[in-house]
Design a protein around this ligand. Structure first.
Ligand SMILES: [Zn+2]
Ligand SMILES: [Zn+2]
Ligand SMILES: [Zn+2]
Length: 107
């Protein structure tokens, strides 16, 4: 699925990065996985579609543009995302429950 200039992998169900696991109104966020350099909507998508275990982002690279907004197709840095919980470009809100899973993505 293409979102902006990026290609999002996994069980993507629409062009705003919703997937088979997370398809609510605020589930419009994909993450770049540092293990393979691919965008996936969620950890489960990576687990089901990648051929290797996911690696979280190391704590020292918080400036990486690793979050992709499905609403505007632009990226935010890990820092911006963790601080605001919304898109740094278009201000679209992201699912606050994602924070329950941050340990899967960010070391
Ligand atoms: Zn990977
Ligand atoms: Zn998913
Ligand atoms: Zn946005």
């Amino acid at each position: 699925m293409r979102v902006g200039v990026h290609r999002v992998h996994g069980a993507v169900v629409d062009a705003q990065t919703r997937c088979a696991h997370w398809a609510g109104p605020l589930d419009v966020l994909a993450i770049l996985f540092p293990c393979c350099g691919r965008w996936y909507p969620c950890h489960s998508c990576h687990e089901e579609h990648a051929d290797h275990p996911a690696r979280p982002w190391p704590a020292r690279v918080r400036e990486a543009q690793a979050l992709l907004c499905g609403v505007c197709g632009e990226t935010s840095s890990i820092d911006e995302y963790l601080a605001a919980g919304q898109c740094a470009r278009c201000r679209a809100g992201f699912n606050p429950n994602c924070s329950l899973h941050h340990h899967l993505y960010f070391a």
